[in-house]
Write a protein that binds this ligand. Structure first.
Ligand code: DWN
Length: 413
């Protein structure tokens, strides 16, 4: 574990605004019950110069990602999100006659499969997880190739010589896409050097990250866990991308994952659009560059935490059965922050085969498959993946249970 001594973007000093204690690694699910789960501190620090929020420690990424139970494709909402992006890029940036697409942190191939379905043929993924990247996602042909490694400048250049892809990618990637990975990267400059090397001169680098403004406004403290090293506003990203000669030219605000921003960057190939300045003004006008705002957020966390625990104790005391749906990293962190274990939650259903049959770290709750809903007939379902609540509710409405939605405030419907 590495302790941060300066801001990872501008190297300024940092000050703490949130301490969530010593917490297990949310996606390191337990196979056999072991009381001695490894725990690491969760402290969020603020940089007064570039306004980046960041964790005080960096856990070895090999521990976090060499085997990774999370599969993006489990959500049809996210699959559609990826397909819509493919169509959007194909339509707008149609100057590429035979475009190549690089997906960094390609996970189970969710995005690349949707790009293939949208007609893209030159597809390359990078992902360190052996269980996800061991094969080209079962495709009959080699149209999707995967480099089973973390993305970095060196790894990007290693693909140049004999790329696993059909036609080679070095220096000619039309699109490089990084969805929900930049927050997980410690050495951001090395990562962007790799992007710069790989990207075509007219290429577009698209990054999606959870938006810190939504996290703060929506009490999304459950999304604060060891995988997320950084919590982004646009301002620090503008500085970071400028430092790496990849200026941002567009920002879009998306509802996915509780509210994300999608930024578009290039090698100065496209003019900056008004969305960039508009978002920076929004951040300034709403106090997201002021440390005091974050101290107020920290105070709200305890209220949400206490309300959820009290609600679950009340339901348990009135002999109501509560099951969770979605053994998400955020859900597991929420249970740990609230000190909620069995019997308050009898079990958690998750549709990801890699998660079923295991237990949640810290709270030690069994993760089971969907059939347990019918078997156990819960009175209440706690939506631990609240960011997909519509999808989860649609799949369970026939059960006739009530729903507990924990974030932004505890609500029962
Ligand atoms: O950044 C990250 C985000 C994008 O994904 C990673 N650090 C880790 C992960 O975070 P998460 O686990 O909180 O993400 P989700 O996508 O909110 O997790 C949803 C969970 O719910 C997954 O375990 C899958 C499960 N699920 C399900 O069982 N049935 C989800 C849906 C939509 C379903 O129908």
């Amino acid at each position: 574990m590495k302790r941060l001594i300066e801001c990872r973007i501008c190297k300024s000093s940092l000050r703490k605004y949130l301490d969530l204690g010593s917490v297990p690694l949310c996606n390191n699910l337990i196979v056999n019950y072991s009381p001695g789960t490894e725990r690491y501190p969760i402290e969020v620090l603020f940089c007064d110069e570039c306004y980046l929020s960041q964790l005080s420690v960096v856990v070895d990424p090999k521990i976090l990602y060499s085997e990774y139970p999370y599969h993006s494709s489990v959500s049809t909402t996210f699959q559609k999100h990826c397909f819509d992006l493919a169509l959007k890029l194909k339509k707008e940036f149609n100057q590429f006659k035979y475009p190549s697409v690089v997906d960094i942190a390609s996970n189970d191939g969710c995005l690349l499969k949707e790009f293939k379905a949208a007609g893209f043929e030159r597809l390359l993924g990078f992902d360190p997880a052996k269980n996800l990247a061991s094969s080209p996602y079962g495709f009959p042909d080699d149209s999707i190739c995967v480099v089973n490694n973390f993305f970095s400048e060196d790894i990007a250049k290693s693909v140049k010589g004999d790329p696993p892809g059909k036609d080679g990618y070095g220096g000619s990637a039309s699109f490089i896409i990084a969805q929900n990975v930049l927050a997980h990267v410690d050495d951001l400059n090395d990562f962007l050097k790799g992007v710069n090397w790989f990207l075509d001169d007219k290429g577009v680098f698209i990054v999606e990250v959870p938006y810190l403004a939504n996290l703060i406004k929506g009490n999304q403290f459950d999304t604060i866990y060891h995988e997320h090293l950084s919590y982004f506003l646009l301002a620090p990203l503008v500085q970071l991308f400028h430092n790496n000669k990849l200026p941002i030219f567009r920002v879009e605000h998306l509802p996915i994952h509780g509210g994300s921003i999608r930024i578009y960057a290039s090698k100065n190939a496209y003019d900056e659009e008004s969305s960039v300045e508009a978002t920076l003004e929004y951040e300034y006008n709403n106090g997201f560059y002021e440390f005091s705002n974050y101290l107020s957020f920290a105070k709200k966390v305890d209220t949400v935490r206490d309300n959820l625990k009290n609600e679950l104790v009340k339901l348990y005391d009135s002999q109501k059965k509560v099951m969770g749906y979605g053994a998400s990293a955020k859900g597991i962190s929420l249970l740990n922050y609230c000190g909620i274990k069995t019997p308050y939650i009898s079990s958690i259903v998750d549709d990801t085969p890699d998660k079923q049959g295991k237990m949640t770290p810290g709270s030690h709750i069994d993760i089971v498959d969907f059939s347990h809903f019918e078997k156990e007939e819960p009175d209440y379902i706690l939506l631990l993946a609240w960011n997909f609540k519509d999808e989860l509710m649609a799949k369970t409405q026939h059960l006739g249970a009530n729903y507990i939605i924990p974030i932004p405030t505890v609500s029962i419907i």
